[in-house]
Every structure is written in structure tokens, then in C-alpha cells.
Design a protein around this ligand. Structure first.
Ligand code: FES
Length: 106
């Protein structure tokens, strides 16, 4: 199932600050999105450690999202926690087309 988030990439850039995590609810799932320039990263919002909401975390200078509860750090490229103390982030595929920016929830 595709879920449209933005009409265009320009809208994405206008509506989201770079590296500022946001929560979206799509298909009954809580999904954290992070914009990095014209690219969007999406993953399940629940921290793989103890399910804290990652949308309340921050993105650090190492391109990791830092969970607000126990400060585990997940690489936004690989999803892997820095010391591999828990499972990686569960990424959601983002698709771009002339019709908009979509989450692929299949
Ligand atoms: S719940 Fe995220 S680090 Fe523990």
C-alpha cells in the first residue's frame, strides 16, 4: 500500500526541517520521518530497544538518531545501533514520482 505524504519534493523541503524527526501515522502505523535535503528517511517510530517514540529523539552529527529514553544511537543509513545492543531500525521504503512522495507500506 502506498501512502502519499507530499505532493512534490519541494513540498517535502518546505514542510520539514532538515534532520528534525517527525511522527506520521499511516496505515495505522506510527512512522518516524526525517528529511535530509531532498531525501526522506522513514522507519517504524518505536525504538527497537524498549519502544520509546523515536520522533522525540534527535539526529546527531554522526547521522544517528538518538533515542530519548536510554540514548541508544541508530545509524540513519544502516539502521544499526552503534553498539548493536538491540535490533536495527525497521526502515520503510520511500518512493518518489511525479505524483508525489510516498511511503510504501507493503
Ligand atoms: S527505548 Fe530507546 S534506547 Fe531504550
Amino acid at each position: 500500500m502506498l501512502c502519499k505524504l507530499f505532493d512534490t519534493k519541494k513540498d517535502l523541503e518546505k514542510m520539514l526541517q532538515n534532520n528534525e524527526p517527525r511522527l506520521v501515522i499511516a496505515g495505522n502505523r506510527n512512522i518516524c520521518i526525517v528529511r535530509q535535503n531532498e531525501r526522506l528517511i522513514a522507519f517504524e517510530n518505536e525504538c527497537p530497544h524498549m519502544k520509546e517514540g523515536l520522533n522525540a529523539g534527535i539526529v546527531n552529527y554522526l547521522n544517528e538518531i538518538v533515542c530519548p529514553l536510554h540514548t541508544y544511537k541508530f545509524n540513519l543509513k544502516t539502521g544499526i545501533e552503534e553498539r548493536q545492543r538491540c535490533s536495527p531500525l525497521k526502515f520503510i521504503k520511500v518512493e518518489y514520482s511525479a505524483d508525489g512522495v510516498f511511503l510504501n507500506l507493503t
